[in-house]
Unconditional design. Structure first.
Length: 128
């Protein structure tokens, strides 16, 4: 499944709209139903208004009527290993469990796999 996620994330990254940072990113999510949803970063001249790749992928997941993420993969064109930013970590935990695997990639493939809980050990949770 990692190969399919990696292919989807790389394909999405190729569509990145990143004229300001020149830093393309792609993400792919495996849903509870087994579907893959991908996204790229979409920048805006008003920098805080852009979307991260993970945010774009989550929007595709939700628009398809899904609400669970079982696996996450992130790739960047210009880094040896990319992690989701802090905001995306919180967005991801909304739809995934702390034990959800997060594959951190470079251009060749998976470099490291961690859990979402490793990346965000004290997530904001209204139930706590």
């Amino acid at each position: 499944m990692k190969d399919a996620l990696f292919a989807a994330a790389r394909e999405a990254m190729a569509n990145s709209h990143s004229p300001y940072s020149n830093f393309p990113v792609g993400a792919a999510l495996l849903s509870g139903s087994g579907a893959i949803f991908a996204g790229c970063n979409i920048e805006n001249a008003s920098y805080p208004e852009g979307w991260c790749a993970e945010t774009s992928a989550i929007s595709h997941l939700v628009m398809a009527g899904e609400n669970r993420i079982t696996e996450i993969l992130v790739v960047a064109e210009k880094m040896d290993r990319i992690t989701p930013c802090g905001g995306c970590r919180q967005r991801l935990i909304e739809f995934a469990a702390p034990a959800t695997p997060v594959h951190l990639c470079n251009q060749q493939g998976v470099v490291e796999t961690v859990t979402l809980g490793d990346l965000l050990p004290s997530s904001f949770d209204l139930d706590k």
